[in-house]
Design a protein around this ligand. Structure first.
Ligand code: MG
Ligand code: ZN
Length: 99
């Protein structure tokens, strides 16, 4: 078991020196590349490949959050822990897609 804050901290420790040098714009491109790999894995990958790409996407999202100084655990708690941001319900009652 690993929570989001612990994961973001591990990514920070492993990569932050390189990440800050690269900057947000280039890091965002890497995140998009991993999102593309996830798309491919969902379409034609094995379960193991899919699992690996989910991990990569989350790692690059955590990296981008680190570069931007965003605490992921804090912001997801604030935005989603009290219910759907659209309707406030724990089981969304909105008639549109996620906000
Ligand atoms: Mg990948
Ligand atoms: Zn809702």
């Amino acid at each position: 078991m690993m929570d989001i804050a612990e994961f973001q901290g591990i990514i920070e420790r492993m990569y932050s020196a390189k990440d800050r040098k690269r900057g947000s714009a280039a890091t965002f491109v890497w995140l998009m590349e991993e999102v593309g790999e996830l798309a491919t894995a969902i379409r034609e990958g094995t379960t193991e490949e899919k699992e690996g790409e989910f991990a990569d996407v989350l790692a690059w999202l955590a990296t981008l959050a680190n570069v931007e100084g965003i605490d992921l655990a804090k912001v997801i708690r604030r935005k989603y822990a009290g219910g759907c941001p659209g309707c406030g319900e724990m089981v969304c009652q909105c008639h549109h897609e996620k906000p």
